[in-house]
Design a protein. Structure first.
Length: 140
């Protein structure tokens, strides 16, 4: 697992395959704020965290804004292995992520996060009920 800039070609390529990618093909992926982007040497996964000062959704903490694993490593183990990197960058903190159940094939949305110790923190407030997302969190 290595830290890369949010313009890393491997990271952006994997992000382009994720349902949450807002601008496929863009040469940057993290958006505003401080960020931490991790990939493996083989380019099989990307994991991105972002800390922003102002959020319209009212969430506090560090957002996992992207996670895409195309390799054989267990996603829950990748998430757990990323925790020391987060602690070095931001110290003890709240992590959170959004899962869009209608955009994934899992019968247990967020399963890999749950296996890594993340727990439910409710749902967002969407414009349309069909666009709701599950919020998961973990305190480090």
């Amino acid at each position: 697992m290595i830290i890369v800039p949010d313009s890393d070609v491997r990271a952006c390529r994997l992000a382009d395959m994720h349902y949450s990618r807002k601008t496929p093909g863009s040469n940057r992926m993290a958006g505003p704020g401080e960020h931490l982007v991790l990939v493996d040497e083989g380019g099989l996964f990307v994991l991105g965290f972002r800390k922003t000062l102002f959020r319209k959704d009212g969430q506090k903490g560090i957002e996992c804004f992207i996670f895409r694993n195309t390799g054989e490593a267990l996603s829950s183990q990748i998430l757990t292995r990323a925790e020391p990197f987060i602690l070095v960058k931001w110290g003890r903190c709240r992590l959170f992520t959004y899962i869009a159940p209608r955009k994934i094939r899992s019968v247990n949305p967020g399963c890999c996060f749950k296996k890594a110790g993340w727990v439910s923190a409710g749902r967002n407030k969407p414009r349309r009920p069909s666009e709701y997302k599950i919020i998961l969190e973990k305190f480090l």
